[in-house]
Design a protein around this ligand. Structure first.
Ligand SMILES: Cc1ncc(COP(=O)(O)O)c(C=O)c1O
Length: 361
C-alpha cells in the first residue's frame, strides 16, 4: 500500500491518560481515588438535567440523529441573540478546526497561530500540508500585533485561542475587538473561545456583536466540553456569517453530532444553575491556586481558564511523582515547555490535595 507521505508527519495527539488505565497501572480498584487534572474537564460533571436527558434518549439510539441539529441550533441562537444560520455544530470543536483545514488550507495556503497555542491548530496544518506560521508569545500571551505582521499573501486563517491552552492567558477584550477590524478581509479570523463561560466576566470580549453586524471573515468557536462538563459526548460549535457556515457544511459528514449529545446539550443549556456553579467553583479554585503558588514562590502563569501552567522544574519527572500520589497531571514538554506542568482546577477538596502534593515535591 502507498499512503500519502505527509500523513506520517502529522504528530499523533497525546491525550490525557484515561482514569481506568492509570488505576490499573497503580493497582487501584477504584478510579475515584484518582484526581485527573490533565484534560481541563469539569470536575462537577454534567448537569443532572443533561444526565436525565441522556437516559431518556437511550432507548432511541437505533435512530439516526437529526443531521441538521434543528432544536439545538435554535436554542443556541436564541441564547446568543443570533440566527440558527450562524451556527455550525461539530463533533467537538476540534472537528470544526479540521473543517477549516478542508475549506481553507493547502500546501500554499498558510495559517498563523501563536507558538504556544492549542496544539490542534498545528496538527490540522500538518494534515493539510499547510505552512503553519508560528509567532512567539509575549509573556505567555498572544502577541496580536506580531501575529498580524506575520500574515503573508498566502495566509488563509489567523487563529487566536482566547483564553489560550496551555498558558491560560487571554488578551485584553477591547484590544482583541479592535485588532479583529485590522485583519485583511481575505484572512479568516478564528477566535477559539473553548473556555469562554469560565472566563472572568471582565475578560470576555463581545465578538458576537461583530457577527450580528454581518462580519464575514470572523468565526467564534465554543464547546460543551469545558464549562458544560460534556467532553465525553464530543460537541462544539462555530458562530459565523451564514456564508461561511454554508461553506464549512460542505466538509461535514451528515450525522457528525450524535443524538445523545444533542439531547444533553439542549438540557444543559436550560440548567443555568449548574453553569453558574461551574463558574463559581472554577473562579474560587483559580483564586486558591494563584494564592498558594504566590505564597510558595512557585512560578506560574495567572490564568483566565480552568487550569494553571506551573513551573515545577522537570515536568515529566514531576508528573510521575504526582502520579504516585494519584494525581494525573500533564507535562508541557510537547509544547516546548519541559519545566512546566498544567493542572486543571477541580473541586476544593481536589485543589487542596493538589496543593499539598505540589508543595511536598
Ligand atoms: C483552546 C481549545 N480549543 C479547543 C479544544 C477542543 O475542545 P473540544 O472538546 O470541543 O474538541 C480545547 C480542548 O482542550 C482547547 O483547549
Amino acid at each position: 500500500m502507498k499512503t500519502n507521505p505527509w500523513i506520517q508527519n502529522v504528530p499523533l495527539y497525546e491525550p490525557g491518560r484515561p482514569l481506568e488505565e492509570v488505576a490499573r497501572e497503580l493497582g487501584l480498584s477504584d478510579v475515584t481515588a484518582l484526581i485527573k487534572t490533565a484534560s481541563n474537564e469539569n470536575e462537577l460533571g454534567p448537569s443532572p438535567k443533561a444526565i436525565e436527558a441522556m437516559q431518556q434518549t437511550a432507548s432511541q439510539m437505533h435512530r439516526y440523529p437529526d443531521g441538521a441539529c434543528f432544536y439545538l441550533k435554535k436554542k443556541l441562537a436564541e441564547k446568543a441573540g443570533i440566527n440558527p444560520e450562524n451556527i455550525l455544530l461539530g463533533n467537538g470543536s476540534n472537528e470544526i478546526i479540521e473543517f477549516l483545514g478542508h475549506a481553507f488550507l493547502g500546501p500554499n495556503q498558510s495559517m498563523v497561530v501563536s507558538e504556544t497555542a492549542f496544539v490542534v491548530y498545528r496538527l490540522v496544518c500538518a494534515l493539510f500540508q499547510a505552512p503553519c506560521i508560528q509567532v512567539p508569545m509575549q509573556d505567555f500571551t498572544h502577541d496580536l500585533d506580531a501575529m498580524r505582521a506575520a500574515i503573508t499573501p498566502d495566509t488563509r486563517i489567523i487563529a487566536v485561542c482566547n483564553p489560550n491552552n496551555p498558558t491560560g492567558t487571554s488578551v485584553d477584550p477591547q484590544k482583541l475587538t479592535d485588532w479583529v477590524a485590522t485583519i485583511p478581509e481575505h484572512v479568516l479570523i478564528a477566535i477559539d473561545e473553548a473556555y469562554f463561560e469560565l472566563m472572568p466576566y471582565d475578560a470576555r470580549p463581545d465578538l458576537l456583536a461583530l457577527i450580528r453586524g454581518g462580519k464575514k471573515n470572523l468565526m467564534i468557536l465554543r464547546t460543551f466540553s469545558k464549562a458544560y462538563g460534556l467532553a465525553g459526548l464530543r460537541l462544539g460549535y462555530a458562530i459565523a456569517h451564514p456564508d461561511l457556515i454554508t461553506t464549512l457544511n460542505h466538509a461535514r459528514q451528515p450525522f457528525n453530532v450524535n443524538a445523545m449529545a444533542q439531547a444533553a446539550a439542549l438540557a444543559a443549556l436550560d440548567d443555568e444553575d449548574h453553569l453558574q456553579r461551574s463558574y463559581d467553583t472554577n473562579t474560587a479554585g483559580l483564586t486558591y491556586f494563584h494564592a498558594f503558588l504566590d505564597q510558595a514562590g512557585i512560578p506560574y502563569v495567572p490564568s483566565t481558564a480552568n487550569f494553571v501552567l506551573i513551573k515545577t522544574g522537570d515536568a515529566r519527572q514531576d508528573c510521575q511523582k504526582l502520579l504516585q500520589h494519584k494525581i494525573i497531571a500533564r507535562p508541557m514538554t510537547g509544547y516546548g515547555l519541559p519545566e512546566w506542568i498544567r493542572l486543571t482546577i477541580g473541586t476544593q477538596e481536589q485543589n487542596e490535595k493538589m496543593r499539598d502534593t505540589l508543595l511536598s515535591l
